[in-house]
Design a protein around this ligand. Structure first.
Ligand code: PRP
Length: 213
């Protein structure tokens, strides 16, 4: 029997696309993969074990080596700066990080308050812009902050733009494009290089083969 590879998968909106990509790459994943509440799913036929984590935590599991590999958004990689290898851009879950606010937000002269799930990324962005801001860390529903007067601006993920639109917010600056990446623990990469390289090349064939993405 080959070596078992443990992969940290992000629960939520990336999950379906990531699972779809693995299936396209020829990995036989069971039905329970899609609608189970289980947090650990073994797929012995493929020598794979999946752990289902919060997207922000995937890099933590991989850095600590409890998962050999994982699928993480570039947003999480930029925010967390973990000691992991990024081996492949999977080109799924495309979105971007942006600054947004209510239209006609007046500049009060004092440091604007910025609400975000990404305080590190946002801080370095505003530092580069030479602007002093006050950071307010939230864990979700970031768009709420300017609506109720908690913040003047937000830094958040924009995908379809629907959340901004429906809450009357406008994007003022784009920070960077985001896609999901295959990441690997450095020690695992040494110990299980063959299986990891195989997975990366099978996924790469699908990613690069589909030029419509
Ligand atoms: C993300 C993000 C935005 C929204 C953007 O939130 O933080 O709120 O999606 O998507 P859209 O441009 O297609 O509307 P998510 O739904 O992941 O939940 P969260 O608010 O708890 O972070």
């Amino acid at each position: 029997m080959g070596k078992i590879l443990t992969i940290a998968m992000p629960k939520g909106r990336i999950f379906e696309e990531a699972a779809g990509l693995l299936r396209q790459a020829g990995y036989q994943l069971p039905e329970e993969f899609d609608d189970s509440r289980k947090l650990i799913i073994d797929v012995p036929e493929e020598n794979l074990r999946f752990i289902l984590a919060k997207p922000m935590d995937v890099t933590t599991y991989v850095e600590h080596g409890v998962a050999d590999a994982g699928i993480a958004g570039k947003d999480v990689m930029l925010e967390e700066e973990r000691d992991v290898y990024e081996v492949l851009d999977l080109k799924i879950s495309r979105c971007h990080l942006a600054v947004a606010c209510l239209p006609h937000t007046a500049h009060s002269g004092v440091a604007p308050r910025v609400a975000t799930k990404y305080p590190n990324v946002a801080s370095s962005y505003f530092r580069e812009q030479g602007e002093q801001v006050e950071m307010i860390k939230l864990n979700g529903s970031i768009e709420l902050a300017p609506l109720i007067g908690l913040a003047d601006r937000i830094v958040d993920i924009v995908s379809t733009g629907q959340t901004l639109r429906e809450n009357g917010l406008v994007e003022t600056d784009k920070i960077c494009d985001i896609t999901s990446r295959l990441i690997v623990n450095p020690v695992s990469y040494r110990m299980k290089d063959e299986v990891i390289d195989e997975m990366a090349s099978r996924l790469s064939l699908i990613v690069e083969g589909d030029k419509t993405k």
